[in-house]
Design a protein around this ligand. Structure first.
Ligand SMILES: N[C@H](CCC[C@H](N)C(=O)O)C(=O)O
Length: 287
């Protein structure tokens, strides 16, 4: 793979509430990254550092639901390819809205076609419908996804649901302190989740106010997780703890989530550009 120029391949470093991304634009010059190169770029000591790496491609299926502005490839820091990333989708939507000057963006992901626009909280993305069936996650066998018979670290009866990616949600009582890293890293690869799982810990502060901490599949503890914020609102509503709209506080900031009457989950929040750069690919090679 050669560089786009002698000074390396351009990228944009972006984040959504501190959940950070390296974004490459491959719409003009193709880019195919092996898992090893993704891991090297994501490394916070020897690479650029990120939770996820995003590659923008031309839309691959213009006839499936209408042409999208682009196809968004999503890679976790461990190199794994995943179908959904809420915070990164807001960042990509911002790039499209600024590039086109239009008030709406259409982003194709492996989880489906996502529409985005601006609202009072920043960028709003329609993250589509949640999935509750055990095969949506997927889970290894049929079970009640509202209350799983699963126990870890003194916690039990989590909810599992899909936002295009799998989420396991523990709802915490009162001031209970939990070891997010220990429990999250243990359950990420639980045998019931053949494709692994994102593990979140949710406190219900009010029916319209939750706080969430997430151990992300393929990335570990992040400052925010957009799909987890969506999943937490939906799960809290299903369990009778919350309404259909809430502010979700995470260590990196807050998102506003609405599960609308058409069963779509709308996520609103910031999308920031940290810096622009260039990198020789594969890392450490080339001028
Ligand atoms: N770790 C997730 C992908 C990134 C999700 C997160 N960064 C978000 O904002 O939704 C997974 O493996 O499904």
């Amino acid at each position: 793979m050669t560089n786009a120029s002698p000074h390396g391949r351009p990228f944009i470093k972006m984040h959504g509430l501190g959940n950070d991304f390296i974004v490459f634009d491959a719409r003009e010059i193709p880019l195919a990254l092996t898992d090893d190169v993704v891991c090297a770029l994501a490394d916070r000591q020897t690479g650029i550092g990120c939770d996820q790496l995003i590659v923008l491609h031309p839309d691959k299926k213009p006839d499936a639901g209408g042409p999208a502005d682009l196809f968004m490839e999503i890679r976790n820091a461990d190199g794994s390819t995943v179908a959904a990333c809420g915070n990164a989708t807001r960042c990509v939507a911002r790039l499209i809205l600024e590039e086109t000057g239009r008030d709406r963006a259409l982003i194709r992901t492996r989880a489906g076609l996502l529409a985005a626009d601006r609202d009072a909280f920043g960028i709003r993305v329609d993250m589509g419908r949640p999935g509750f069936h055990w095969q949506d996650l997927p889970l290894s066998h049929e079970m009640d996804t509202l209350m799983l018979d699963l126990h870890e670290g003194g916690l039990s009866q989590p909810t599992a649901l899909s936002m295009g990616n799998p989420h396991l949600l523990f709802f915490l009582e009162g001031g209970l302190d939990v070891d997010v890293r220990a429990i999250g890293s243990t359950l990420e690869h639980h045998p019931w989740f053949p494709e692994a799982v994102n593990v979140s810990f949710v406190r219900v502060l009010a029916p319209d106010h939750l706080s969430v901490a997430t151990w992300e599949r393929g990335a570990g503890l992040t400052r925010a997780c957009g799909t987890a914020a969506c999943a937490s609102l939906v799960g809290a509503h299903r369990r009778g703890y919350a309404g259909r709209a809430a502010q979700i506080d995470m260590s990196g900031g807050a998102l506003h989530i609405l599960w609308d009457d058409a069963d779509h989950v709308l996520m609103s929040g910031d999308a920031e550009i940290a810096f622009h750069g260039r990198v020789a690919l594969p890392l450490g090679h080339g001028a």
